[in-house]
Write a protein that binds this ligand. Structure first.
Ligand code: ZN
Length: 402
């Protein structure tokens, strides 16, 4: 295998999470137990320091019909509004409506915030069902995978391009990055958002590692990728979204000097040795310890006669449940708001998904898989907390914000 970013063959195993099913496909009753499994293994590149999966589940398997809707949770919606406002502030004035392209535009939630600012918008979304939801809501959307071919079909340039959480999904990484450069106006702004690997490691949020996420970036390595394709980051900041994401601002190479903030964050990576293999080996040891601690906690509660439900059925929750081996022996079910997953079962552990509003009674303990929405969950469940229902967060996102 070659490094997906720099083509080096000097790759070394960093973390092995075993064989896991594709975690975004919740199972219909007749699919339970028939789901194929694939290696879920992180390798480290000695040349560009990018960590990445060494096995690719085909994108047609992964993105045909995903059921994650970005409009569902409140904290994401306010994040999307913030991103639209920030991009708009940074763009130079135009004598015509400004234009924006959103890659992986999902149900159009992000683009609606741009429409509210008067933008001419276009989304590209690979899931047919989700693209239709966006179009029905009045958000122009191309149902395709974004790459050079798609860019040429679109055939125009944009003042802003946004890519939230897709830049690590991409099998055609180089075609996509070229396509972004092709579609970007000379003074345009590409806003890239990605899970920050430095935070994943510091916070033990290993559940963010799953087959859809082929790549795990720090600044040092995403900059290798961007530079390779004539693009350069000139500013960025860390946002609490998904437990710690970089919002990076990128232009054509040479268009802008790097900000002081970007220089400081690069320095912080170097000081913390975030791009060293030894840091990943230590990460793997801590993840193994976390498994022992979580299983001991759940076994203790179960032995005390408590009913335990999983809260949320996020994709990442499956990485955690499957690696920990936490299934029906501890959890009765997973409780979700997204009704698209109603009646389905979690891949691997086969826990049934129930809808929050339809629960006959709450459990004694919620094991919170959707930990990145901690504040929203605690605020929404105040009555349960007051009645003594326990909420256990395997990962604490507040540490990320620190
Ligand atoms: Zn590399």
């Amino acid at each position: 295998m070659m490094c997906r970013v720099c083509d080096s063959t000097r790759l070394e195993p960093a973390l092995d999470l075993g064989l896991q099913p594709w975690c975004n496909h919740f199972l219909k009753p007749d699919e339970v137990g028939k789901e194929p499994t694939y290696p879920l293994r992180l390798v480290y590149c000695h040349d560009c320091s990018t960590t990445q999966l060494d096995y690719t589940v085909k994108k047609e398997v992964m993105f045909g019909d995903h059921t994650y809707l970005s409009g569902v949770t409140k904290s994401l919606s306010s994040h999307f509004r913030g991103v639209a406002d920030e991009i708009d502030r940074r763009l130079p004035a135009r004598s015509r409506p400004k234009t924006v392209l959103d890659i992986g535009s999902n149900d159009g939630t992000q683009l609606k915030h741009f429409q509210a600012l008067g933008y001419d918008v276009l989304g590209v979304e690979s899931s047919k069902t989700t693209a239709k939801i966006a179009m029905d809501a009045g958000v122009p959307t191309v149902n395709a995978f974004f790459n050079l071919d798609t860019a040429r079909q679109i055939g125009r340039k944009f003042d802003a391009i946004n890519a939230a959480g897709v830049f690590f999904h991409l099998e055609e990484l180089h075609s996509v990055t070229d396509a972004i450069r092709e579609c970007l106006e000379p003074d345009g702004l590409f806003c890239v958002q990605f899970l920050y690997m430095k935070r994943i490691v510091e916070n033990l949020a290993f559940d963010q590692i799953y087959h859809e996420h082929l790549l795990y970036y720090n600044l040092a390595n995403i900059e290798v990728l961007l530079n390779r394709h004539g693009l350069a980051m000139y500013d960025c900041h860390l946002a609490p979204i998904h437990g710690g994401s970089i919002i990076g601002f990128v232009g054509h190479k040479g268009a802008k000097e790097p900000s002081d903030r970007l220089r400081q964050m690069r320095q912080a990576e170097a000081t913390a040795k975030s791009n060293d293999l030894a840091t990943y080996h230590e990460f793997a040891r801590r993840v193994a310890r976390m498994k022992d601690e979580n299983v001991a906690y759940l076994a203790g509660r179960k032995a005390a006669g408590k009913r335990i439900f999983g809260m949320g059925a996020p994709v990442k929750g499956n990485t955690m449940l499957n690696y920990f081996g936490v299934g029906k022996q501890y959890l009765d079910c997973l409780v979700e708001k997204n009704t698209l997953r109603k009646g389905l079962y979690s891949p691997g552990m086969h826990l049934p998904v129930l809808i929050e509003d339809e629960l006959p009674s709450p459990p004694d303990v919620y094991y919170v898989l959707a930990w990145n929405f901690k504040n929203e969950i605690l605020a929404n469940n105040k009555p349960l907390l007051d009645r003594g229902v326990e909420f256990f967060f395997p990962v604490d996102p507040d540490k990320v914000a620190a």
